[in-house]
Design a binder for this molecule. Structure first.
Ligand code: PEP
Ligand code: MG
Length: 558
C-alpha cells in the first residue's frame, strides 16, 4: 500500500475513488486558423449546445446557490453576442477555439466596463469560454468533475468560485497538492464537514478512479485500502453520525462557560449557524456580502445585509467586522490590485486612509441595522496594528452610536501591544489565520509553506498568551475571543481556552465536535494541557502532545 502525506485540515476518514479536477484550459495560439469557416461554425454551434445541455443537466441536479450559478452559466453558453462575434472571426479564417477565446475576452471586457451587476458576470463569461474551448478540443470540462457517484476530489487547490458548484453529497473528501491550512480549500472543507488533506505532494499522479483511504486528521492518503481502513472508515461514519448536534452551550466539565459562536458571511450562513445551535456570531465577514462589487454598496443594501444576520440571532451577540478588503479578498472599490505585496499593503482598517468615508458610512449602516433589531451588536476592525488606530476606530464607532468597539488581533504588533490597544476598545478577537501568516512570515495561501503556516506553531501560541495577558492588565479586564480557523480544531480549542480566551467562533459544522471535547475537560485540565502545548518545541510536538492528553478525540473520530 502506498501512502501520501500532507497536512490534515479537516478530520474524517473515508474511502472512495479518485476524480481529478480538470486542468484549466490554455489560450489557443493567436495564429490558429480554420480549414473551413462553415465546418468551424458548425463545430462552435455543436459545442455551444453540448456545453449548455451539460450545464443545464448539472443545474437540475443541484440546489441553492450552485443551481443558480449553473443556470446562469448555461444561458451564457448560448449567448447570442458571444456566438455572433465568434462567428465573425471564424468567417475571417480564425479557428473556432481562438474565435471563441477572443470573443469571450471582448464580452468580458464590455461587461466589466459596464460596472455593478454586469461586471459581476465577467467570471461567468470566462468560465463558459473555457468550457467551449475544452469541448471543441475534446478535453474534459474545467473545474469540479460532474459525477453521479461519490468521489474523492483531487486538485491543485480550490478557488472560492469552485465552492458554488461543489456538491457536498458527491464529494467524499478533498485532497490538494497545494494550499495551506488557512487556504480556501481548508476553509471550504471545514465549512462543509468534508475530510481534507492539503499540501500532499505527489497526489496529482494518482490514477483516475483509483480507490484511496483519506484520513483528514492524520493528513494521509493511502492507495489500495484494505480491511483495516474499511473498519476505520466505518467507525468514523458511526462517530460522525453521533456528533451532528450541538446542544447550544459551550461549557467545560466543571461548568466554566465558553460561548461557541459562528463565523458567517451573510444572512444565509447566519440562519444555518442558528440552526446548528451557535450561541451568536463571533465574526460576520461583511466583505463577503459584497465580494466582486466595484462600487460601494449603498446604505440600504448594507442595512439589509446586516439585518438579515441580526434577525437570525435575536437577543444574541453578533460581532460585525468592518470591511476587510485586500490580499485574498479584493474589493475593487477599495483595493489597489497592483500593489507589490498585497498582504502587507493597504488592506482591512488601512483602507480608511485611502478611501476615507467608506468606513464611517459602514458604521452608520451597522448602527441603523442594529437599531432595527434586538441582537447585541459588537463591531470590530480588521488589521489593527497600533493603539492609535484602535483609538481612532473607537472614536468612529462612538460617532456612529455603536457602543461596543473592538479590534481583531491578527498582526503581531497588536498581540505585542495588546494592553495599550485594549485600553482603547472594549474587546479583542484573535484572527489566528492572519496572525499565523504574519508571525511566521508565510503566505497563508501557499501549500509549500503549510508546515510554517500552522496555528500550533509555538510562536503563535505565545502570541495568544501575550494577547490574553494584555487583556488582563491592571485596571481593565477585557474579553478576548478567537475567530480564526484555530478555534475549529477541537484539540487546539482546548489549548486556547486553557490560555484564557473567553469565546470561540468557528464554522457551524465544527460546533458539535468542539463542544463535545470542551465538555470532556475541566478548566484546570485545559490550563494544564495549554502548558503542555506551550512547552513543546515544535508545532508537530505541540499537536501530538495535546492529542495524547485528549483520548476523547479518537473516540469521536476527530
Ligand atoms: C483571521 O485572519 O484569522 C480571520 C478570522 O480573518 P480572515 O480569515 O477573514 O482573514
Ligand atoms: Mg484576517
Amino acid at each position: 500500500m502506498s501512502n501520501f502525506a500532507g497536512v490534515g485540515v479537516s478530520p474524517g476518514r473515508v474511502i472512495g475513488p479518485v476524480r481529478h479536477m480538470a486542468e484549466a484550459v490554455g489560450e489557443p495560439p493567436a495564429d490558429e486558423r480554420n480549414d473551413s469557416p462553415e465546418a468551424a461554425s458548425a463545430s462552435l454551434a455543436a459545442a455551444s449546445k453540448a456545453v449548455q445541455e451539460e450545464l443545464k443537466r448539472r443545474a437540475e441536479a443541484a440546489t441553492g446557490d450552485a443551481r443558480a450559478v449553473l443556470q446562469a452559466t448555461s444561458l451564457m453558453a448560448a449567448d447570442p453576442m458571444l456566438l455572433k462575434s465568434a462567428k465573425k472571426l471564424i468567417a475571417k479564417g480564425v479557428s473556432a477555439e481562438r474565435a471563441v477565446w477572443e470573443a469571450g475576452a471582448s464580452v468580458a471586457e464590455m461587461l466589466h466596463n459596464l460596472g455593478g451587476y454586469m461586471a459581476e458576470r465577467t467570471a461567468d463569461v470566462l468560465d463558459v469560454r473555457s468550457r467551449l474551448v475544452a469541448e471543441l478540443r475534446g478535453l474534459p470540462a474545467p473545474g469540479i468533475p460532474s459525477s453521479t457517484t461519490p468521489f474523492v476530489l483531487v486538485a491543485e487547490d480550490l478557488a472560492p468560485a469552485d465552492t458554488a458548484t461543489l456538491d457536498p453529497a458527491m464529494v467524499l473528501a478533498l485532497v490538494t497538492s497545494g494550499g495551506g491550512p488557512q487556504s480556501h480549500t481548508a476553509i471550504i472543507a471545514r465549512a462543509l464537514g468534508l475530510p481534507a488533506v492539503v499540501a500532499a505532494s505527489g497526489v496529482e499522479g494518482i490514477e483516475e478512479d483509483a480507490s484511496v483511504f483519506v484520513d483528514g486528521a492524520a493528513g494521509t492518503i493511502a492507495l489500495d485500502p484494505g480491511a483495516a481502513e474499511e473498519a476505520a472508515a466505518a467507525e468514523y461514519r458511526a462517530a460522525a453520525e453521533a456528533l451532528t448536534v450541538f446542544d447550544g452551550v459551550g461549557i467545560t466539565a466543571d461548568g466554566h462557560e465558553v460561548p461557541l459562536l459562528a463565523n458567517v458571511g451573510g444572512a444565509k450562513d447566519a440562519v444555518t449557524a442558528a440552526e446548528a445551535g451557535a450561541q451568536g456570531v463571533g465574526l460576520l465577514r461583511t466583505e463577503f456580502c459584497f465580494l466582486g462589487r466595484d462600487t460601494e454598496p449603498t446604505a440600504e443594501e448594507q442595512v439589509e445585509a446586516y439585518r438579515g444576520v441580526f434577525d437570525a440571532f435575536p437577543g444574541k451577540k453578533v460581532v460585525v467586522r468592518t470591511l476587510d478588503a485586500g490580499a485574498d479578498k479584493p474589493l475593487p472599490f477599495l483595493t489597489d490590485t497592483t500593489e507589490p505585496n498585497p498582504a502587507l499593503g493597504v488592506r482591512g482598517y488601512r483602507t480608511d486612509l485611502t478611501s476615507p468615508g467608506v468606513l464611517a458610512r459602514q458604521l452608520t449602516a451597522i448602527a441603523d441595522a442594529a437599531a432595527q433589531a434586538t441582537a447585541d451588536v459588537w463591531v470590530m476592525a480588521p488589521m489593527i496594528s497600533t493603539a492609535e488606530e484602535a483609538a481612532d476606530f473607537a472614536a468612529l464607532c462612538a460617532t456612529a452610536g455603536l457602543r461596543t468597539p473592538g479590534v481583531m488581533v491578527e498582526v503581531p504588533s497588536a498581540a505585542l501591544t495588546a494592553e495599550a490597544i485594549l485600553t482603547e476598545v472594549s474587546f479583542a478577537s484573535l484572527g489566528t489565520n492572519d496572525l499565523t501568516q504574519y508571525t511566521m512570515a508565510a503566505d497563508r495561501q501557499l501549500g509549500s509553506l503549510a508546515a510554517l503556516n500552522n496555528s500550533w506553531q509555538p510562536a503563535l501560541l505565545r502570541m495568544v498568551r501575550l494577547t490574553v495577558e494584555g487583556s488582563l492588565a491592571e485596571g481593565h479586564a477585557k474579553p478576548v475571543g478567537i475567530c480564526g480557523e484555530a478555534a475549529a480544531d477541537p484539540a487546539l480549542a482546548v489549548v486556547l481556552v486553557g490560555l484564557g480566551v473567553s469565546t470561540l467562533s468557528m464554522t457551524p459544522r465544527a460546533l458539535a465536535g468542539v463542544g463535545a471535547v470542551l465538555n470532556s475537560v475541566t478548566r484546570a485540565d485545559a490550563e494544564r494541557i495549554a502548558g503542555v502545548a506551550l512547552a513543546a518545541p515544535t508545532a508537530a510536538e505541540a499537536r501530538a502532545r495535546t492529542r495524547a492528553e485528549l483520548p476523547v478525540l479518537e473516540q469521536l473520530g476527530l
